[in-house]
Design a protein around this ligand. Structure first.
Ligand code: HEM
Length: 417
């Protein structure tokens, strides 16, 4: 029998306010302070354990020890994820639903989305000639257009701006309190209503999306009991395809920032082939903050590195901190795409969209879609647009979740080349 260690503890006071104030750095700051990869705190009225690093991720993504049912806070469900979607399922039910998502991500389907991405950038940018634009806002509209077209969801020109804005607000609202949160909630209500009508139209054959598209697959998916999803749950899942494609606008904006702040990388990106471009896209996802942490509940008590972790405890895994862990990444706050040259593809050290095995766990179903759409978009910005970057506030604040360069990246005197 080996000796047990006591988990460093922040005391019994609730630290939800510190979580809000420290944002992305909440777990990392405390791990440095207590010189640990694990500590105990109180969040939203309950005991929580926070863990950081590669070893922590490995156990966090072990289905034997963790489950997701009823873990996501209601405020995140009511803005970002929706209720009763794949994120909160476990076991067989999760595996089945996850397969529904993964069946949409075929190489041919992903290629189709890249084609739509290229065409949409070309078409929308014609309207920007010699104008000043805010890249994030334009990218959000383009992502909404390609997401709907790809998913098989009709989108009229006059509703595009509103739909894109609603989908953006759902993403922007999840880490907030006050008006930003309420806007996110209302935006979700509008979006779910819209997509419930689409699902109903497909099931009554008023609308016939392409077989293999997300709308077709989700509307006609049969669960493990051979039943269709309820219209509401199908809408939540279809939004689980459309909304995160709109979220790629955040990475596109950070990508444009990287190309501005690292002109040598920009030059190399312009002339290099796919391997270098792939490394740039990975480094954008590693360096810039998006997902702060993910949560799960302990399903079965276990011992990790001599710490006893009790069944029923909420555990938060530090995504941002692990992607900036100096034990895993040299000079973690520098933009160095080449660091991915000899990267070992470890599923627990680089986790911008979750870690572990995508087929059996909760790792993001849309990583290939994200990297390919981001790459195609950046390629268009760098190789087909000529623009100036006027003076603006490009800082992003780590206490805001999700964060973005303050100016959302303004471009002036835009021309197509
Ligand atoms: C904008 C970039 C994206 C980010 C930062 C992101 C991030 C994440 C994260 C952190 C998770 C949860 C991992 C976990 O719980 O362990 C996740 C899950 C998921 N993502 Fe993404 N994602 C992105 C894009 C996408 C795209 C483009 C799609 C689909 C087209 C997508 C579909 C999903 C789905 C369906 C899940 C749930 C998986 C499950 O619970 O098994 N995501 N994503």
């Amino acid at each position: 029998m080996y000796e047990m260690k006591k988990i460093p503890c922040e005391g019994t006071m609730d630290h939800s306010l510190s979580l809000l104030l420290d944002g992305y750095s909440f777990i990392q700051n405390r791990c440095y302070k207590y010189k640990t990869d694990i500590f105990q705190t109180h969040l939203l009225g309950q005991k929580a354990i926070c863990m950081s690093g590669k070893d922590a991720a490995k156990v966090f993504y072990d289905n034997e020890y963790f489950k997701r049912k009823d873990v996501t806070p209601k405020r995140v469900q009511k803005t970002l994820t929706g209720q009763q979607g794949v994120q909160g399922l476990d076991g067989k039910e999760h595996m089945n639903r996850k397969q529904m998502f993964l069946s949409i991500m075929t190489p041919d389907n992903v290629q189709l989305l890249i084609d739509y991405t290229n065409k949409q950038w070309k078409s929308n940018s014609r309207r920007w000639y010699n104008k000043d634009i805010v890249l994030f806002d334009e990218a959000q509209i383009i992502m909404c257009q390609i997401a709907c077209r790809w998913a098989g969801v009709p989108l009229r020109a006059r509703e595009t701006k509103q739909r894109a804005s609603d989908l953006g607000k759902m993403i922007d609202g999840f880490g907030a309190v006050g008006p930003r949160y309420w806007q996110g909630r209302i935006a979700r209500q509008h979006s779910e209503k819209w997509i419930r009508e689409i699902i109903a139209d497909i099931r009554s054959q008023k609308l016939n999306p392409e077989k293999g598209s997300a709308a077709f697959t989700i509307a006609w998916y049969l669960d493990q009991d051979s039943k269709l999803l309820s219209t509401q749950v199908a809408a939540v899942e279809l939004l689980n395809i459309i909304r995160p494609i709109v979220a790629i606008a955040t990475y596109i904006t950070f990508g444009a920032l990287a190309m501005f702040e690292y002109p040598d990388c920009r030059k190399k990106f312009q002339i290099s082939g796919t391997p270098y471009k792939d490394m740039v896209v990975q480094e954008i996802r590693r360096l810039y903050p998006f997902t702060p942490y993910v949560g799960a509940e302990v399903k079965k008590s276990f011992i990790w590195k001599q710490y006893y972790i009790k069944k029923g405890t909420l555990v938060l895994l530090d995504i941002y901190g692990t992607n900036h862990d100096p034990r895993l990444w040299n000079n973690p706050y520098d933009f160095i795409p080449e660091r991915f040259y000899n990267w070992d593809h470890n599923a627990f050290s680089f986790m911008p969209q979750g870690g572990g095995d995508c087929n059996t766990g909760h790792r993001c179903a849309g990583e290939l879609v994200t990297t390919e759409v981001l790459k195609a978009s950046l390629e268009f910005i760098v190789n087909h647009l000529n623009y100036k970057v006027p003076k603006q506030n490009l800082n992003y604040c780590l206490s805001r979740i999700p964060t973005l360069p303050k100016s959302r990246f303004r471009m002036s005197k835009v021309k197509i080349i």
